[in-house]
Design a protein around this ligand. Structure first.
Ligand SMILES: *Cc1c(COP(=O)(O)O)cnc(C)c1O
Length: 402
C-alpha cells in the first residue's frame, strides 16, 4: 500500500475512483431461474403449490433438517414461529437491539413484551451475560440474531433458556449457510427463520423459510401461513383437490408463491458455490485491510463458520479524524456503495416510544453501530473490485490520519 502516500484531495480522489458504481450487493439470477419462472407462469399454477413443496424438500435436504416451511418473508417466519409457540400478552421475549426492525416487530405482533439485551463488546451479537440479567419466569423465548452470518454462542444461550424453560428461536436472516461448532444453523434451535429477500445470500425475490425438527410445530406453522386452513387446502382448485376445507385455527396470509419458489429451486443449487466465493472475497479483504490504521477488521467467529452475509468493518475514531458517515460519503464519491447494518432498535423513535428505551441504554450496541460500515460483498464481485474498495479506503484513512 506504500504507493498511496498522502496526496491532495482532488488528485487522490481521481486516483481511486471506480469507472462504474460498485453496489453493496447485486443478486445473481441465472438462466435456470428465469426458465423455471417462465415454466411456472405457463403452468397455470402461480401461488403456493407443487414448486413450493419441492423447494421446501430441497431446502430441508440442503440443511439436513426434518422440516422446512416456506413463507412470504423472514419477518413472517419469525411471527409464525412465535405465534405457533403460543407466545402472547404477558410473555417476554429476549432479543438484541442490534438487528433489523423485523425482529422487534415480529415480537410486538404477538402482544408479548420485547426485552432487549445488549451485545458483546467486540461483535454485535447478543451477549449471553446480558440475557441472564434479563431472564425471568415470564421469559418464553430467547431470540438471538446471527449478525452478518456469524453464529451466536448457541450452547450457552440454550443452557440459559433451559433454566426457565424458554425456547431458542434464531433469526438466521444472514446465516445461510453457517455452522456452529460443526452443526448447521437451522438444525439447532427450537426453530430458525431464514430470509430470501433480494439482498440476502440466496433469494426468491421475497421469501422466508422456517426450519425445525419439531413435527407438530412445523405442521402448525404450515397451517397458519395459509389462513389456518386444513393441510391440503392449497390443492382445492386442482384436479385432485376437494372444494371442502376447514379453518381449524387463526391463521395468516404468509404463504410463499410458486413463482418465488421457482427462483429458489435454482438458487439452492448455488448455495455452496456462492458461499465459497464469499469466503474467498472476505479473505482478500482481510489480507488488504488488516493492519491499515483506522480500520477495524472483523475477526472470524469464535464458534464456527460465518455465512459472510456482510463484511462490516469498524472505523477507529482514535486513529482517524473522520467519522463513519464521512467515510461513507467519500467512498460514494469513489463510486463505491456501502451501508450500515444496523441502526439499533433503541435509536428508532417508534421503539423508544413503545419499548420505553433511549440511546444510552445499550452502550455496546450503540458504540459498534457508531463505527460500523458494511463494504460491498456478493458472489459475482471480482477480486479487482475488492482491491479497488481497499485502495479507496486506504487513501481515505491516510488522508484523515490523526
Ligand atoms: C433481512 C432481515 C430480516 C427480514 O427479512 P425479510 O425476509 O425481509 O422479512 C430479519 N432479520 C434480519 C437480521 C434481517 O437482516
Amino acid at each position: 500500500m506504500g504507493e498511496y502516500k498522502h496526496q491532495s484531495g482532488d488528485e487522490a480522489a481521481a486516483d481511486t475512483r471506480l469507472a462504474e458504481f460498485l453496489p453493496l450487493h447485486r443478486p445473481f439470477i441465472g438462466e435456470e431461474e428465469i426458465a423455471e419462472v417462465v415454466d411456472t407462469l405457463r403452468s397455470g399454477w402461480l401461488t403456493l403449490g407443487p414448486k413450493t413443496a419441492l423447494f421446501e424438500e430441497k431446502f430441508a435436504g440442503a440443511l439436513g433438517v426434518d422440516h422446512a416451511v416456506a413463507v412470504s418473508s423472514c419477518t413472517a417466519a419469525l411471527h409464525l414461529i412465535l405465534d405457533a409457540l403460543g407466545v402472547g400478552p404477558g410473555d417476554e421475549v429476549i432479543t438484541s437491539p442490534y438487528t433489523f426492525t423485523s425482529t422487534i416487530a415480529s415480537i410486538l405482533y404477538t402482544g408479548a413484551k420485547v426485552v432487549l439485551a445488549d451485545t458483546l463488546a467486540d461483535y454485535p451479537n447478543i451477549d449471553p451475560h446480558e440475557i441472564e440479567r434479563c431472564l425471568c419466569e415470564r421469559t418464553r423465548v430467547i431470540l438471538p440474531i446471527h449478525i452478518g452470518g456469524a453464529p451466536c454462542d448457541l450452547d450457552r444461550i440454550s443452557e440459559i433458556a433451559e433454566t426457565v424453560g424458554a425456547a431458542v428461536v434464531e433469526d438466521a436472516a444472514h446465516a445461510l449457510p453457517a455452522w456452529y461448532k460443526g452443526r448447521r444453523i437451522g438444525t439447532i434451535g427450537r426453530a430458525t427463520a431464514f430470509s430470501l429477500y433480494a439482498g440476502k445470500n440466496i433469494t426468491t425475490g421475497e421469501g422466508g423459510v422456517v426450519t425445525t425438527s419439531d413435527a407438530v410445530l412445523a405442521e402448525t406453522i404450515r397451517k397458519r401461513r395459509l389462513h389456518g386452513m386444513s393441510r391440503d387446502a392449497w390443492r382445492r382448485y386442482s384436479a385432485v383437490g376437494s372444494w371442502y376445507y376447514e379453518v381449524t385455527e387463526r391463521g395468516f396470509k404468509y404463504n410463499m408463491t410458486d413463482i418465488n419458489a421457482a427462483i429458489g429451486l435454482h438458487q439452492l443449487d448455488r448455495l455452496e458455490g456462492f458461499h465459497r466465493r464469499r469466503v474467498n472475497l472476505v479473505g482478500l479483504y482481510r489480507e488488504l485491510l488488516e493492519g491499515v490504521a483506522g480500520v477495524i477488521v472483523p475477526s472470524p467467529p469464535p464458534y464456527g463458520d460465518s455465512a459472510w452475509h456482510l463484511f462490516a468493518i469498524g472505523i477507529d475514531g482514535s486513529v482517524v479524524s473522520c467519522d463513519r458517515g464521512q467515510v461513507i460519503e467519500e467512498l460514494r464519491a469513489d463510486n463505491i456503495g456501502t451501508s450500515v447494518h444496523f441502526i439499533p432498535a433503541h435509536h428508532h423513535p417508534h421503539y423508544q416510544a413503545v419499548l420505553g428505551c433511549k440511546e444510552a441504554d445499550f452502550p455496546n450496541a450503540s458504540r459498534l453501530y457508531g463505527a460500523s460500515l458494511t463494504l460491498p460483498l456478493f458472489p459475482t464481485m471480482e477480486e479487482e473490485d475488492v482491491r479497488c474498495v481497499a485502495r479507496s479506503l486506504v487513501r481515505i484513512m491516510q488522508e484523515h490520519r490523526r
